[in-house]
Design a protein around this ligand. Sequence first.
Ligand SMILES: Cc1ncc(COP(=O)(O)O)c(C=O)c1O
Length: 445
Amino acid sequence: MPRQSHTQDGKESRRQFLKTTGALAAGSYLIGRRSARAQQGSKETLAMNGGAKTVTSASAANAAKWPLYGEAEDKAMLELVKNPGYGALGALEDDWKKAFGFPYAKSHCNGTSAITAMFFALGLPPGSEIMVPSSTFFATIVPMRLFGLVPVFVDIHPRTLNFDLEDAKKRLTKNTKAVLPVHWFGLPCEMDHICEWADEKGLIVLEDACHAHGASLKGKAMGNWGRMGAFSFQMSKPLPAIEGGMGVYQNQADYEKATTFGHYEAPATFPESSACRRYGGTGLGMKLRMHPMAAALARCQLKGLKERNAAGAAQVRRLNDRLVQLPGLSEQTYGRKDMDRLYYANNMLFLDEKEAGMSRAACVKALEAEGVAASAYSYRLQHKCTLYSEAQWWHHLPTIPELPGSEQANATAIALPYFTSDVPELVDQYAKAFEKVWAHRKELA
Ligand SMILES: Cc1ncc(COP(=O)(O)O)c(C=O)c1O
């Protein structure tokens, strides 16, 4: 399927999608269904105006509970208390490689340390620049400075929340050596297009896969597209170990270098020919070992990961298939069929205020009154943080750009919780609440 083009309001992209899939006829059917649903909802008074609340299901209280640990985790923890040791670390690395086909993997104490070790392993000269979205967690960017690396802030697409390749193309400098896309909330970046461009320009591809445990594009797991990648096992993540992380590597030299940075005992186990072997017993200064309890938790959670991801995504589909029929409401997607995404923390929606005929604030307020745990989403943009404007911390100051896609995302996104258990009644009530609010959108305008 050809790459889908997006416009700022997402309207064109839907039209394009219908066209490319030859489903224009379905469009008029959907419009018919949209207005039918809107009619249905209009009979009831909005909860914010004294009507009955739509979301009443008792399952709402625990529907987004995470992490979900059970007997297996209890047993694994008890076992480790009785027999302390580090065996779970190597076992988890083996499990992780096997589960997604990573050639090399090293467990770290968290995602931040896996990313830091990845930057070290690059061995780039100070002053080298790495393209990275500004709309990400600090850990994707700030460790760069420890090695004289400097971020080039790239915009995100406001409807995917992911690395905007077209924007990156405009920001390439003579010092740019690598790109570091982030698969936000489990939606894979278009790594096929990114890798193609990076190859053409001689750039190294890295991945922040801290939200994308088991997501894939064209059948290839996220983390396997770049030369190196990092996962977080922090407790909100799809593979929760309370705290933990994993670096993944396509080649042995990177694996050994990243490992040597924070694992003093490991180099002695490398082959005689390894350039890092001589650092056995000293490492290179950090101790970034994962806690074995975290590794044991991660191993338990890995057992059901694929099934949990699939069930969660299927449930989001049941909700979003109804929600995206409402005028002006869209979801975080590329509309590509060759992507296998997962969800984590939030189910992200976007409101085109003009098309919907109401503001995000009014919409969220009405939804909240109906009992929907909706919120106006706004993520901290790194390029606006003080750290990036103080020369003392950087080899050279990063350029602080205008990033309209990131701003638009923050102005239009609505976050719903991601339901981590099977809650059909709640899903139906959420959809009904949206339909009811949409039926009243003229009065909310
Ligand atoms: C995109 C992203 N990168 C990196 C990290 C860092 O992971 P950790 O919290 O395990 O250090 C996180 C954690 O929230 C993240 O969201």
